[in-house]
Ligand binder design. Structure first.
Ligand SMILES: [Zn+2]
Length: 607
């Protein structure tokens, strides 16, 4: 009897509940990495952790998706301080990790659940909070994440079902950072500016070639990143992550692998540019380090999730060790950004677009042996990979040149009716002022021509740049020339001074040629529309009068008719020649970019 009672006591009083309480395996671990939890199940696990460690973990809402789901961040802080300003004041650094922006690529979600558990429950990684606060978005593209299917990612090796790349309106959130079309991006920007993290990570899973690496990552450190930050990333963070992740039993590449030729890895690794439509490109404008993590799609789910775990763990270790350095680097980057435009006449150039300059450095590529043959199916070369290691030193396109640059003005001025353009600046929390009375003065203004819009849609628009994806045909950005002139701006015009932390956002949005500018995304399309035109019988008379008054014009016209057969054959073009040179055409202001560049704020009536 006594034994039996003891057994019962053990069974009910201690054994089972204790065992249950100790089962902190994540949902992915419970399934042996066969499945990944849906949003509700992931939140249930996170709520359980928060309930068990309320002094260390807090879960906050930061907005809603298009379909109305709650966007959440999870905060792990060693002393129960969850207020960003208080954390910054304490001298600790904040890491923000974003997961599942492409919701079929959810490895980071399951890695973050395990890492949080190891920091606050089992405490095997508790030291990662000594000088750092770990903040993560478990699922960013929730609407895509809940569109679950085994058939969402044809190239990917598990889990059983997964989410979709686009959001609820089929937009790619990782092309939306600059134009901010979606509620998710707008919520992100508000949350980001409330937290002002010291380091940002965006977790993905690759497409592309097959190779040995399971963890690949890139941290921007080019000439568009503050020099101190770039040096720390190149010399410390990037090599140290490679070493630490490798020591943990994974194969890490310190760069995202982009092959020059998809069907022939031996041709080497290509150049990666990071314009602000991408999350990590946006980080350059925010003066913060940003890391793209890409787990390799063909590795099994356990290898990928644990690899993602290790790269985040290693980064937190570096951030803990270098916390005060990182805080100083970010302050320096903010201060440098706020100086842009303060000396507009010193001709210092701000890079808008980077390109490969033709230089390569040798890169020890850990690939797989492969064969190439002509395919009877596609009619093109196809590559077939073995799983036999092939280590080869290949050329890696590392040389960078500034392909496009501008001299920042002191400020931009734009009439208030361009509400869509101004609204995007406001979504980015760019500081703006308004003129208090009508103002006429000297500005620089662009006149633009020769634009060719992309035919098939790209991210729900028809922008003026080369598209991505099947069927997309590149458009063509024509030419914008800058002239200094006297112009009038009514009271209430918006003035964007560059003397601010977010100066780079304003420059990238308002310089028409910048890769993700408002003009390229189509926000200024109406300026290219001619609204009035001349009837042929009116222009006939006008043409004769103009030629009679101006022999040089007559000669120019006749020469054009002689030398340009297409022009000569088009009655409309021949008449338009005279209309374009008449005062009536000038009033159409076709191609006149309405944003002025102010070289000084002297005399501009701003409050
Ligand atoms: Zn992705």
């Amino acid at each position: 009897m006594r034994i039996c009672a003891f057994a019962i006591a053990l069974f009910f009083g201690v054994g089972l509940p204790a065992l249950y309480a100790q089962d902190w395996r994540t949902p992915a671990e419970v399934s042996e990495y066969r499945t990944t939890p849906d949003y509700a199940e992931a939140l249930t696990y996170l709520d359980r952790i928060a309930a068990a460690a309320p002094s260390l973990v807090k879960i906050e809402d930061f907005g809603k998706t298009g379909e109305g789901r709650d966007l959440k961040i999870v905060i792990a802080s060693k002393d129960g301080v969850f207020d960003p300003a208080a954390i910054h004041a304490s001298g600790r650094v904040i890491l923000l990790v974003q997961n599942a922006i492409h919701a079929g690529e959810m490895d980071g979600k399951d890695a973050c659940l395990a890492l949080l558990r190891d920091i606050v429950i089992t405490k095997s990684k508790a030291a990662l909070l000594d000088h750092a606060v770990f903040v993560f978005i478990p699922v960013y593209n929730i609407d895509g994440h809940e569109r679950r299917s085994p058939y969402n990612r044809i190239n990917q090796n598990g889990p059983d079902v997964m989410g979709w790349r686009g959001n609820g309106t089929n937009l790619n959130l990782n092309r939306d950072y600059m134009k901010a079309d979606t509620p998710e991006t707008r919520a992100f920007l508000k949350m980001f500016h409330r937290w002002m993290p010291d380091f940002f990570v965006d977790d993905h899973v690759t497409d592309g070639a097959d190779f040995q690496y399971d963890v690949t990552y890139t941290i921007d450190a080019g000439p568009d990143v503050a020099p101190g930050t770039a040096k720390w990333i190149r010399e410390t963070v990037t090599p140290e992550l490679e070493k630490q992740v490798g020591a943990a039993g994974h194969v890490a590449s310190p760069t995202y692998i982009t092959l020059v030729d998809d069907t022939d890895p031996a041709q080497g690794l290509g150049f990666n540019d990071d314009p602000p439509r991408f999350s990590t490109g946006q980080m350059i404008l925010e003066n913060r380090p940003g890391m793209l993590v890409e787990l390799h799609m063909l590795k099994d789910y356990k290898t990928r999730v644990t690899g993602n775990y290790e790269v985040l763990r290693a980064l937190l270790e570096v951030m803990n060790r270098d916390a005060s350095k990182l805080i100083a680097l970010n302050a320096e980057a903010d201060a440098e950004a706020a100086k842009l435009g303060s000396h507009p006449l010193d001709n210092s150039k701000f890079p808008l677009k980077l390109e490969w300059n033709g230089e390569t450095t040798p890169f020890l590529f850990r690939g797989y042996k492969y064969t190439r043959e002509l395919s009877a199916v596609s009619g093109a070369m196809w590559v077939s990979y073995s799983h036999e290691p092939w280590n080869a030193t290949l050329p890696f396109a590392t040389g960078v040149k500034v392909a496009l640059a501008t001299t920042p003005p002191a400020a931009y001025i734009l009439p208030k009716q361009w509400t869509h353009v101004i609204d995007v600046l406001a979504a980015h929390d760019v500081a703006m002022k308004q003129t208090t009375s009508d103002w006429t003065g000297k500005v620089e203004r662009y006149r633009c021509e020769g634009m060719d819009w992309q035919g098939p849609p790209f991210e729900g628009r028809h922008p003026i740049f080369g598209g991505e994806g099947a069927g997309a045909e590149p458009g063509k950005f024509g030419h914008c020339s800058l002239t200094t002139e006297t112009a009038s701006f009514p009271a209430g015009s918006v003035v964007v001074e560059l003397h601010q932390r977010l100066s780079k956002v304003a420059i990238h949005w308002l310089e028409p040629e910048a890769p993700d500018s408002a003009m390229r995304w189509g926000f200024f399309d109406p300026i290219f529309e001619q609204k009035e035109y001349g009837e042929a019988y009116v222009l006939e008379k006008l043409a004769r009068e103009m030629m009679a008054k101006d022999p040089a014009l007559k000669a120019e016209f006749e020469k054009r008719v002689q030398n340009d057969p297409r022009f000569a054959a088009s009655p409309d073009a021949r008449l338009e020649f005279f209309y374009e040179r008449s005062p009536w055409f000038q009033e159409n202001r076709v191609g006149l970019y309405p944003v002025g560049r102010l070289l000084s704020l002297d005399g501009v009536p701003v409050e």
